[in-house]
Design a protein around this ligand. Sequence first.
Ligand SMILES: *[C@@H]1O[C@H](CO)[C@@H](O)[C@H](O)[C@H]1NC(C)=O
Length: 230
Amino acid sequence: MAPSINISWLISIQFLVLVVKINGAKIPAIIVFGDSSVDAGNNNYIPTVARSNFQPYGRDFNGGRPTGRFSNGKITTDFISEAFGLKKTVPAYLDPSYRLSDFATGVTFASAATGYDNATSDVLSVIPLWKQLEYYKNYQKELRAYLGERKANDVISHALYMISVGTNDFLENYYTIPGRSSEYDIEEYENFLVGIAGRFTEKLYQLGARKISLGGLPPWGACHWREPGI
Ligand SMILES: *[C@@H]1O[C@H](CO)[C@@H](O)[C@H](O)[C@H]1NC(C)=O
């Protein structure tokens, strides 16, 4: 799927930025989990066809570079980072050209084509959500080693956590491959996904996150795939 900018997201972001500015709250970092809506290139470093490191992706990005973002330019989380006075883009955790000094103010663990459901990430062999959380735990360790316990805990508890995932559970999985659709009707499958989302959020909270944005599903009826050579 190839979203550029989602209007409802942008409106809620403006609201979020406004509320945070009014309250004078400090956002030291943006930490992201999800799918192609927020992947900044992690899939370039795993064996999958779910990639966007080719033209016309990235043609309006700084230098016209296809970075692995499923967008002509920056993605929503990049704009949010910039709006909070942090970096202009949120780097991908698996990209070896970034260091912990970059990740200390923002990082994305997202992987295009993933879902809440493990069966969704299996379809194109991408990073499941539970594994993104494992990467995050690793990141916490690295951050503590880099910043020291007290500073790292401060970043962890004041950071903004954004989760954007769920469309692929329907697009790529439920409506496309057999399996889940014979196991669950739509409402049951929705409840199954909501259960996973709830437990994921609880785990994040237990790990120290306090500002968590769980994006709902964008209107994905007009989304489409564009693969190399098609
Ligand atoms: C997804 O897979 C992980 C790792 O095997 C497992 O811990 C988790 O319980 C699975 N999630 C669901 C909802 O089955």
